[in-house]
Design a protein around this ligand. Sequence first.
Ligand code: UDP
Ligand code: MG
Length: 320
Amino acid sequence: MSNNKVEFISVVVPVYNEEGCLEELIRRSLAALEKTERRYELILIDDGSRDRSPEIMTAASEANPDKVISCFLNRNYGQHSAIMAGFSLVRGDLIITIDADLQNPPEEFGRLVEAAEQGNDVVGTIRQNRKDSILRTLPSKVVNKAAQAATGVKMHDYGCMLRAYRRHVVEAMKQCHERSTFIPVLGNSFARNTCEIPVGHSERAAGESKYSFWKLINLQFNLLTCMTTFPLRILTYFGILSGLAGFLLSLYIIIRRFVMENGDAWGAFGVFTLFAVLFIFVGIQMFGIGLIGEYIGRIYTDVRARPAFFIDRVLGRKDQ
Ligand code: UDP
Ligand code: MG
């Protein structure tokens, strides 16, 4: 499969107040890229940093013309938007994303390229002995399960940003204009073949996590809503369940009332009947809200206006 060869690698790094790690990241990334013996570029996206990161980036670009590309956003947009900005600049045929904090080693670039050349559009990674607190690992476990169910793509670790995407997958992602997005899930939804390789994981090299608790929760919601509108449907299901329970309860009460002796007292003189009626009405209400949710879900899908398909290639036409 010779056409799978990667000629040009673009590495995209979002940078937000990373002055402590940035120099080492640039040095190690360039060394790792040099080792792959392909053309390459290292694209640094400054996501509105307030420390010395922009200066470090500028210096690196001046020292490595056409190899280190620096891009400055006018304010802080968030990690995934910064990566999207990086995607708009890439020239390579394989795009690798990595965090600036050196939790994942740039030395793995070579293995990502190898895996991509084996015919994978997306190469994911699994963090070996993850060095994060339970506050980070637990939510990501739950979300991974949800992501697997929603996308049907079995990937173990959506949270890990060290990933490689073929150019056509990135082009597809660029066509998605939604604002709250989660790159790994989006990437997977446009991939034919994916694989995962294990990579090392270590503590943050310097500085602290840019995700506060609330930002993290927001991120998890982004992840959920970017792949499915299922949560909107949950109410409908609850409504159906509640209505059904109410209906069965009333049936039971009626039977007891007429068939059994002393049925009136058993039903607590109408209290249970009230419950049955309540269940039915609550059910109808929830069903109604869920139905509205269905419409909202469809509006949401349409507003996102993701392209419905992407043609990989067309064969057998004369004018090509
Ligand atoms: N980041 C960013 N904008 C933000 C927050 C983070 O560009 O608003 C970058 C950050 O510089 C780093 C990456 O996203 O390169 C991941 O951030 P961090 O390591 O803090 O996240 P964690 O590892 O805690 O998930
Ligand atoms: Mg990190």
